[in-house]
Write a protein that binds this ligand. Sequence first.
Ligand code: HEC
Ligand code: HEC
Ligand code: HEC
Ligand code: HEC
Ligand code: HEC
Ligand code: HEC
Ligand code: HEC
Ligand code: HEC
Length: 427
Amino acid sequence: MKRTLVLMWIACMGLILSTTLALANNGCIDCHSENSPGQVMDWEASRHSQVGITCDVCHGNAHQNAEDYKKAILPDEKKCAQCHRKQFSEFEKGKHNHGWSVLNAIPATHMAPDELIEGGRGCGGCHNMGIKTEEQRADQVAKGYRYQNNSCDECHTRHAFSLKEAQNPQACQQCHMGYDHPQWEMWSSSKHGMRYFVKKSGDLPEKAAAPTCQTCHLPDGTHENHTAWGFLGVRLPLPEDPQAAADRVTILKALGVLDPETGEPTPILDAVKAYDMARLDQASWEKQRNKMLDTCTQCHSRQYAKEQLDMGDAILTKADRLMADAIETVAALYKDGIIQKPEGYPHNYPFLLSFMHTNGANWDENLDELSYIDQVLLRMFMKHRMRAYQAFFHVNPDYAYWYGWNMMTEDLGEIKSLAKQMRKLNN
Ligand code: HEC
Ligand code: HEC
Ligand code: HEC
Ligand code: HEC
Ligand code: HEC
Ligand code: HEC
Ligand code: HEC
Ligand code: HEC
């Protein structure tokens, strides 16, 4: 008897709750079914719609008609965290959480048009990753950009917020592609990627192994992402080999991390630390490397996998020999006064973190032009050195040779020849 009453009570409360939800939501759904039907269909197809996460749960109730739409809350990651604490706190500890801050720490960013940053195309279209501080958000809004307020919808796009979508390697493609990080292109045309696509087409058994980006980088559903080398491909301690150590130091100087005159660390090293842009001790590098090796051993012998990754490290050292030679060639032109220090460069020395290839057709007349030889140097670092080593880790023969190593040797040849001509003209 008592049990029946309790059950009836639960049923009544359920009915009241769902009616309230339906009423609260109806206004939104009715009007938006006319106004933006695609969004409503997405939401209807989502898991959220089945569990009562209605429009107002994320956007609030303050906006009720066509005029007051700016009252709708644009929810950031903290809204999602109310119900998905685990994913939020893992994300918070990972590299993706630095995406927006690291972008804003780069001098080049502030020379680019706002549309490419706050507007969410260009750099900002991919670096809209990371929980923004109130200051960062206020700055964005002050420039007239209200959206781009949530990172979770980068892999689970709104309003389907789908698990399956994020498990698909294509969820990474928009950002991990192109000029300086063509991981999509490398993986999709490697044996690993080939397997995935052949399996999807049904020509390999369902059980066949085919590692995706998620298998190696977000294993076991984690939202925390890190790699051993990271994007810049530098780390501490310095290698034991004296030539390799000298080359690393040259690159650290050109990154502005070490003062070219004194060799002492500069404030840029603080940014590298703050945004975890490089591993600064052996233990933190090994931790990530070992995690990755564990993943490889799902399908390969440890010895086999280790040999492959060691080769990646070795090619990076060889690529750095070419890179350091190129940097030193250009640095000598700065030293001899043949190139003048561009404004915004921290030292009278090439600066790889300028990232940009500003040329004569500059959009802003207040910006200095970069000499052509500096542009070739930036291309060598950002485009070809990246490809040379990233392709080893993503098992792609063509990117490793033709798009990577081979193009670095071409850049170095061009730099040497340009330097010779510049010296001749200067005499
Ligand atoms: C009477 C129609 C109507 C109702 C009811 C309505 N909306 Fe809207 N909503 C609109 C219109 C129109 C826009 C603006 C479209 C545009 O930008 O042209 C809008 C915009 C929005 C936006 C985008 C805000 C922005 O800053 O761009 C959100 C989010 C939103 N509505 C959510 C909701 C939610 C949640 C509810 C229910 C609580 C709701 N809407 C109820 C018509 C409606
Ligand atoms: C008020 C609570 C709540 C909020 C806020 C919320 N969710 Fe959910 N979400 C849920 C529940 C409940 C489920 C269903 C869980 C289950 O199936 O076990 C879910 C499921 C999901 C799933 C899995 C969908 C699938 O295909 O199985 C994703 C992804 C997701 N939410 C992302 C988000 C994101 C991103 C946000 C913020 C924009 C968000 N959620 C906000 C409660 C919430
Ligand atoms: C197509 C998407 C995309 C665009 C556009 C883009 N980035 Fe990135 N950026 C990425 C990805 C992805 C990574 C990480 C790549 C990796 O580790 O190989 C990254 C890495 C970086 C890093 C290094 C972060 C670290 O911790 O090592 C910096 C700095 C950076 N980008 C700045 C910029 C600037 C400045 C611009 C515009 C001039 C820009 N990015 C444009 C996607 C993009
Ligand atoms: C789980 C949370 C969640 C739910 C539920 C949700 N939204 Fe959103 N919505 C978001 C997020 C996140 C954004 C992106 C905010 C940003 O970019 O700053 C967004 C953006 C929007 C926008 C503006 C951007 C655009 O693409 O037009 C509209 C309009 C909108 N939502 C309408 C709706 C409507 C209508 C519903 C119900 C059918 C709904 N939302 C349900 C999380 C949600
Ligand atoms: C870099 C891409 C990426 C981003 C960004 C991302 N997710 Fe995910 N998310 C995934 C992947 C991949 C999975 C599938 C994990 C698995 O296979 O178990 C997933 C799964 C989920 C699930 C379903 C968990 C389950 O087991 O049902 C939820 C909920 C979720 N994410 C919430 C979030 C929230 C909240 C954020 C923002 C803090 C977020 N995600 C940001 C890639 C991402
Ligand atoms: C078979 C495993 C595997 C797969 C699949 C894979 N990666 Fe990687 N990835 C690696 C390894 C190994 C590294 C280098 C780790 C290190 O520094 O020790 C790496 C490095 C990276 C880096 C850091 C910069 C670089 O390229 O070295 C990014 C970003 C990245 N991967 C993204 C992706 C994306 C996106 C995909 C899918 C398109 C993908 N990876 C597929 C194993 C994999
Ligand atoms: C919206 C753009 C975007 C999407 C989508 C995206 N990423 Fe990223 N990813 C970035 C940016 C930007 C960075 C660099 C952030 C930083 O280092 O500050 C990054 C960094 C990484 C890194 C760390 C590399 C390092 O330097 O150690 C890995 C690994 C990675 N992403 C994997 C993935 C995977 C796997 C997916 C798909 C499930 C994915 N990303 C989806 C933009 C994106
Ligand atoms: C989910 C299973 C799986 C994981 C995890 C995996 N691989 Fe593979 N790998 C394969 C399969 C399957 C092949 C294709 C074997 C063949 O060529 O006959 C392959 C091939 C390779 C090849 C040979 C490519 C070629 O062109 O012949 C290399 C090198 C390789 N993997 C390295 C790695 C490394 C390093 C890791 C870890 C970072 C890794 N794999 C993780 C399944 C995996």
